[in-house]
Design a protein around this ligand. Structure first.
Ligand code: NAD
Length: 282
């Protein structure tokens, strides 16, 4: 059975990367998709492409949304419910990355990470969860909240410390809310990809030694792409998995860290050396 056909799905960060691929896969599966992004032009372009792609029976439209704006998120969800009658899936996917030595983090860097990666998810839940709890059940299903966390939400990732902080919080939020929400027929999952080839590699904020840390000359072709990530994420959503690691390295890294955390130490030491080099002033 296709659980997405005819369903209403809101995807934040839907203009680019994993969010854009989730939108495409959901439309192909017959969902009515709203791509919500701070990059409104990008979301409109992508919705236009999906509308004319002829893949699947779903529909796509776009809305401007800054997930850090609690009132705006509430308004978007209220409009979806008014226009579509319900909201079946919320993909809290918008996110940003900051890379480098924690000694180089400015207060505004912490705030930005918390505002987009964590509060953005909280705002989505505040707006959508009560709606899902209150809407009529359809075949044992009231709604599904899918939060894009990261492998960095399951294991330590030096050089991504602030980012990992927000993603660990998203994992904790997801697995805890999942247990509360179960009794209402609302599902909650967290998607945990390792590195995926998306524009995030180009837009990530780099602290300090930009040239040492990031090669922006292109994404390695061997990296799994956003379409692969979306396919794996939706397979996990279909099976109502609590945590959905995406890629073999995410599965292996997560399991190794749970069973023998010390085995990951050579990797985390190398990451600390490469991604969090000692700042010049220290
Ligand atoms: N690319 C990876 O390697 C990777 C790995 C693990 C997890 N993730 C997570 O996947 C999610 C998507 O990342 P991506 O790689 O597709 O990145 P991306 O940069 O391609 O897409 C992110 C999208 O979020 C939007 N966005 C940023 N701030 C926003 C805001 N305040 N309000 C609304 N939209 C906003 C951007 O405009 C963009 O369209 C993020 O949560 C990211 O942390 C990415």
């Amino acid at each position: 059975m296709n659980p997405f056909a005819g369903r209403v799905a809101l995807v934040t960060g839907g203009a680019s990367g994993i969010g854009a691929a989730l939108g495409a896969a959901l439309v192909a599966a017959g969902a009515r998709v709203l791509l919500a992004d701070i990059d409104h032009a990008g979301a409109c372009d992508h919705a236009g492409v999906l509308a004319h792609s002829g893949s699947g029976s779903g529909t796509a439209s776009a809305v401007s949304l800054d997930v850090t704006d609690r009132a705006a998120f509430a308004e978007v969800v209220a409009n979806v419910v008014q226009e579509q009658g319900r909201l079946d899936y919320l993909f809290n996917n918008a996110g940003i990355a900051v890379i480098g030595n924690t000694l180089d983090m400015a207060p505004s860097d912490w705030d930005r990470l918390l505002d987009v990666n964590l509060r953005g998810v909280v705002h989505g839940i505040e707006a959508a969860y009560p709606v899902m709890v209150a809407q009529p059940e359809q075949a044992g299903f009231r709604g599904h909240i899918v939060n894009t966390a990261s492998l960095a939400g399951l294991v330590p990732v030096p050089g991504f410390t602030g980012y990992a902080m927000t993603k660990h919080a998203v994992v904790g939020l997801s697995v805890s809310l999942r247990e509360e929400a179960r009794r209402y027929g609302v599902r909650v999952s967290a998607v945990c990809p390792s590195v995926i080839g998306t524009p995030m590699a180009d837009t990530a904020q780099v602290l300090g030694h930009e040239e040492l840390l990031v090669d922006r000359t292109g994404r390695p072709s061997w990296l799994p792409n956003a379409n692969y990530c979306a396919r794996k994420a939706l397979a996990g959503v279909r099976r109502n998995k609590a945590l959905i690691p995406v890629t073999a390295s995410a599965h292996i890294g997560w399991r190794l860290y749970r069973l023998w955390p010390g085995l990951l130490r050579p990797v985390t030491r190398r990451l600390a050396r490469e991604l969090a080099p000692v700042p010049e002033q220290h």
